[in-house]
Design a protein around this ligand. Structure first.
Ligand SMILES: Cc1ncc(COP(=O)(O)O)c(C=O)c1O
Length: 481
């Protein structure tokens, strides 16, 4: 018999108060986004906006957009969200799209649409997409799910896609070229007009991933006319993804994927007519679709409006200016690329950037680590207005601390903690592999996640990293993780 799960199904229900208290207790270690302590995951524009969107979400909490005829309110709001997004992103009356659960679903749909389009119009059976190395992993996920080949082209020293180099990868199986506005790792906009022109010349589709920038760049463009064009105003762009749950400030579960016309969008839809349960048609991946997310997206755009978004962009860019100025004054630090909007990729000159990350984590800041090059990733929002001064002060302190961390100090208990943590999440055979690698680094251990990141390169080269991450995800999803 298999081992019994530690957490059984509750026999008796808890009271409302108990349930809510429990959740509040679970949340005690969550990132403190209200105070601007996180540089990822939550986009917060203040309580007034948040509360309005929450109320809108709750008004449609139970409704289901699976059948739009049952809930005309959702159908209407969804259509308006798509139209408003198209209008914002340079689209004319022809541009249309779908509301999805997030950036990943929007990208999955754009890739799936390209595959179907090429199959129908060009009889391509082994489709390939060409994407810059900085493009979001959702494109690789899409290729993995839908059986396309991802052809990855390195970005230039400015971290922007290299249009001409991408062009050299085009062959008879190519269906789609990808560009980002901006890319997640360095926050730079790819040369979209160049890439889209090449795509058009070769009769290919061109997707712009504006998941991060879609509800930020159009307003920033009003402040900075030099900004690279990225939307449907660019000749050759055939689809765009833009997340309303990022800089649109909507509730999680809201993104749009837009197409240059309805004929292209049709390749995204799915229909099954043989089912005994009736004829089934579905625009994107999900079947049941939450009414709350649709109402939240609609409410965010209507409530904030162009003027409101412009102000939020101005406030965020003021935070960015403060941060960039501070980084400029710290000789040990540098910024990778020339960020076009509110994402800053922080690197170091004479210290281990992951050490710096660990010091900042200890001080209570939530910052993601990146690789190739080693860096920290900061997504700025208006919530950082209240925390940026404190962050800059801590940044100075953290740099000094990271500098002091000499190699011989590194066999301290923190390394032991890292390894202990891993022994909990990795199965025995993988942990043994890990220990072998760790042994090589025992003289430079003790760096919390810095030690881990230091090893990533070797693990990747040995082919063990994928397996480890799969095991890690498996363990993470268990109740005793
Ligand atoms: C550029 C870019 N594209 C796509 C995505 C995926 O979005 P989501 O996490 O909503 O699926 C992200 C997420 O950060 C992103 O930064």
């Amino acid at each position: 018999m298999s081992k019994k799960s530690k957490i059984g199904f509750p026999q008796k229900g808890m009271s409302r108060g108990e349930v809510l208290d429990k959740i509040k207790a679970f949340k005690k270690d969550d990132a403190d986004w209200r105070a601007g302590r996180n540089f990822a995951y939550v986009y917060y524009a203040g309580d007034e906006i948040l509360d309005t969107i929450k109320e809108a979400f709750n008004l449609c909490f139970s409704e289901n957009a699976l059948n739009p005829t049952a809930f005309p309110s959702l159908r209407r709001m969804e259509a308006e969200v798509i139209a408003m997004s198209a209008n914002l992103l340079g689209g004319g009356a022809e541009v249309t799209g779908s509301l999805t659960s997030g950036g990943t679903e929007s990208i999955l749909m754009a890739v799936k649409t390209a595959r179907r389009w090429a199959e129908k119009h060009k009889d391509i059976k082994q489709p390939e997409i060409i994407l810059p190395s900085t493009a979001h992993p959702a494109f690789h996920k899409a290729c993995y799910y839908f059986g396309l080949k991802a052809v990855v082209i390195p970005v230039g020293t400015d971290f922007r896609a290299q249009a001409e180099l991408m062009a050299t990868a085009i062959n008879e199986n190519t269906v789609l070229m990808v560009a980002s506005a901006p890319s997640y790792p360095q926050g730079v906009i790819d040369p979209i007009s160049g890439i889209a022109a090449i795509a058009k010349k070769h009769d290919l589709l061109c997707h712009v991933d504006a998941c991060v920038g879609g509800f930020f760049l159009p307003f920033l463009k009003e402040l900075n006319s030099e900004l690279l064009a990225f939307d449907f105003s660019v000749e050759g762009v055939t689809s765009i993804s833009a997340d309303i749950h990022k800089y649109g400030y909507a509730a999680k579960g809201a993104s749009v994927v837009l197409y240059k016309n309805a004929a292209l969008r049709k390749h995204q839809f799915y229909v099954y007519t043989e089912w005994s349960g009736g004829i089934y048609g579905s625009p994107a991946i999900s079947g049941t679709r939450p009414g709350g997310a649709i109402a939240g997206a609609w409410a965010a755009m209507k409530h904030i409006g162009r003027e409101g978004y412009l102000q939020l962009v101005q406030r965020t860019m003021a935070v960015r200016a403060k941060l960039m100025e501070a980084i400029d004054e710290i000789p040990e630090l540098k910024i990778f690329g020339q960020p076009d909007m509110s994402i800053v990729c922080l690197g170091a000159n004479d210290l281990d950037i992951y050490e710096l990350g660990d010091e900042l984590s200890v001080m209570g800041w939530l910052i993601d680590r990146q690789q190739n090059p080693a860096s920290l990733h900061l997504t700025l929002t208006p919530a950082h207005e209240k925390s940026i001064d404190a962050f800059i002060m801590d940044l100075h302190k953290a740099v000094q601390k990271a500098k002091k961390l000499s190699l011989n100090k590194l066999s301290n208990k923190l390394q032991v903690q890292t390894v202990k943590g891993l022994s909990k999440v990795l199965p025995d055979h993988l942990f043994e592999k890990f220990q072998k690698f760790a042994a090589k680094y025992s003289d430079v251990g003790g760096k919390r996640s810095a030690a881990m990141y230091g090893m990533m390169g070797d693990l990747q080269a040995s082919g063990n990293l994928d397996e480890m991450i799969l095991e890690f995800l498996d363990k993470l999803m268990r109740e005793d993780a």
